[in-house]
Ligand binder design. Sequence first.
Ligand code: CTP
Ligand code: MG
Length: 236
Amino acid sequence: GRVAAVVPAAGSGVRLGAGVPKAFVEVSGRTMLERAVAGLLASGAVDDVVAVVPGDRVAEAEELLAPLRSGDHLVVVTTGGAQRTDSVRNGLAVLTASLARSGTSVHDVVLVHDAARCLTPAAPILRVVEAVRSGEGAVVPVLPVIDTVKQVDAGGYVVGTPDRAALRAVQTPQGFAPDVLLAAYDAAGDVATDDAGLVERLGRRVATVAGDVLSFKITTASDHARALEEVRALEE
Ligand code: CTP
Ligand code: MG
């Protein structure tokens, strides 16, 4: 079976504040969207990509991603929605529609990967795909949590300190058996901050694999500066 990746890239990037949607901001000469999609394809584990972008940027995204298309790789662009959940849902619909046209279930793994995690290396992508292939319905790449985390009440008072050793910070790409992800999105009424969270709500097991420090999400200007430094270091 083939591996598909839905790449949500339709956010406005308010916290980065670059004046253009975040996925269209360049990191050393290439947009985050290009870097994220190119990274997935370069891993060798991903066959097809559905990029989900703001409605007025579809043509621009198609132009940016055209060089990444090849006979083997399907690269499709579609329009996102108000929340990330809406954008992923649109991407999945496009994926399902193209599956219906082909008449077969060609994908045995579906990844969901933030365009904003545009420096994600191949290794964590391969670990996620491998875990789904080995039978896991849902897989997330994670890192240990460095800071102590407190749970607080509505007034800001601490109500508990979860054991840090049992906590993980979650990255993307998250990987799924297609039927598991589609069922999770079918059941999802509202929004979730990550895709695996919707699978958890179905009472299904979510596995973890090691993430990578380079899979960090570019959210603020300082993250963008860090990304520039990382690219400079990688290119040396
Ligand atoms: N995203 C999306 N559709 C949305 C919101 C977010 O496709 N309606 C995507 C973003 O483009 C990004 C990923 O989801 O690749 C993670 O979201 P985030 O880092 O929050 O990006 P933005 O929403 O663009 O940033 P901000 O919240 O600062 O506006
Ligand atoms: Mg956002």
